[in-house]
Design a protein. Structure first.
Length: 74
């Protein structure tokens, strides 16, 4: 029997390389790619970042929310 491709996870959005520049809380358009419509932060598996970059992403999103640049709830 052939396996169906529908069970495969989707491709990560971000890049897995840590050569990327620092993630900035002021880049709301870039940060919004890593947030679901319900305003939840995507996991490392879905975002494609390493652990350190995922922590930076989380901190940047939280800072943007605190400064009212991004909504807390979609």
């Amino acid at each position: 029997m052939a396996m169906r491709d529908s069970k495969r996870p989707s491709k990560p959005i971000g890049s897995r390389h840590c050569d990327d520049p620092k993630i900035d809380y002021k880049e709301v358009a870039y940060l919004s790619k890593f947030v679901t419509p319900q305003a939840q932060i995507l996991s490392r598996k879905r975002s494609g970042f390493c652990a350190q970059c995922q922590r930076e992403l989380k901190q940047a999103i939280k800072r943007a929310r605190h400064l009212s640049l991004m909504p807390f709830v979609g």
